[in-house]
Write a protein that binds this ligand. Structure first.
Ligand code: OAD
Length: 251
């Protein structure tokens, strides 16, 4: 793959000379780990489940147990998934780039498990749970009962520590991501349909501030025509091949 993939020499030079690289990832980078994306026409989660019934505060208010169980089911899938070559390549890029930030919309924690350190989680993490009233994170909870577990401090229902539709993103993470997008020289948009804001606005911010924008995705997205470079293919193949061609020294 490495030798065969026709990487544009202009892209390779730009990445070699970049002082600060940002990667923005979406569900597609975890597809090769066996986790479903959201908007794939057949297998995507939103083709099988209505997001308004599973990923909104009002769904949780109406049917807390159904929402809790759906996240518990996904949490189990995440726990048995393994990071793939795309996750590992980004962890490697972090070690080799002058400066690097990884902004992810994913809640699966696979970047951290692959060794990435500077990870900005925009949509939370499915492995964590917090109080639905006070917001306090809770480390241990009991899944065995019939009902949704409750906060040991105040008795309110626990909920997954993820961002639902109609909710704000964590302010600190969003500010860090926007700052990184404005300051970077290159932004790699990997495995995202770029449909969900504010994350979807980050490539345009980077571009407006003078960065090159590179899309890595097997399919066309709304970002494709606004990216300077488009690498068509699965992240688990493209990213390791790109790293090999860049041949950046480890720092
Ligand atoms: P989507 O499901 O919208 O998009 C996944 C993208 O990954 C698509 O563009 C696919 O073409 C691409 N893809 C599939 N396989 C790939 C592979 N092997 N390598 C690279 N790309 C691949 O997922 P997101 O863009 O992450 O939010 O969705 C954004 C947000 O919408 C999610 O964080 C979630 C969802 O609703 C919330 O739940 C709040």
């Amino acid at each position: 793959m490495s030798a065969a993939f026709p990487f544009d020499p202009i892209l390779l030079d730009a990445l070699r000379n970049a002082r600060f690289i940002v990667a923005l990832t979406g569900a597609g980078i975890s597809a090769e780990s066996g986790l479903a994306t959201f908007r794939d026409a057949q297998a995507g989660l939103w083709a099988r489940f209505d997001p308004r019934e599973f990923a909104t505060p009002s769904a949780f208010a109406r049917h807390p147990k159904r929402v809790w169980d759906w996240y518990a089911w996904r949490r189990e899938q995440v726990a048995s998934a393994r990071p793939n070559a795309g996750h590992f390549a980004l962890a490697d890029l972090e070690r080799r780039a002058h400066a690097f930030a990884l902004v992810t919309q994913n809640v699966d924690g696979l970047h951290q498990r692959a060794g990435s350190r500077n990870v900005i989680e925009l949509h939370g993490n499915i492995g964590r749970v917090r109080c639905s009233s006070e917001g306090t994170r809770v480390e241990l909870w009991d899944e065995s009962g019939e009902d949704v577990p409750r906060c040991p401090r105040c008795g309110a229902l626990l909920r997954p520590d993820v961002v639902w539709f109609d909710e704000m993103l964590p302010a600190e993470a969003l500010a860090a991501a926007q700052d990184a997008a404005r300051r970077c020289d290159a932004l790699l948009a990997i495995g995202t349909s770029a449909e969900v804001y504010p994350a979807a606005a980050l490539p345009a911010s980077a571009r407006a501030a003078g960065a090159i924008v590179v899309e890595i995705n097997p399919n066309e997205t709304s970002l494709s025509r606004r990216a300077h470079h488009v690498l068509r293919g699965p992240a688990g193949e493209i990213l390791p091949a790109l790293l090999a061609r860049l041949a950046l020294p480890a720092s």
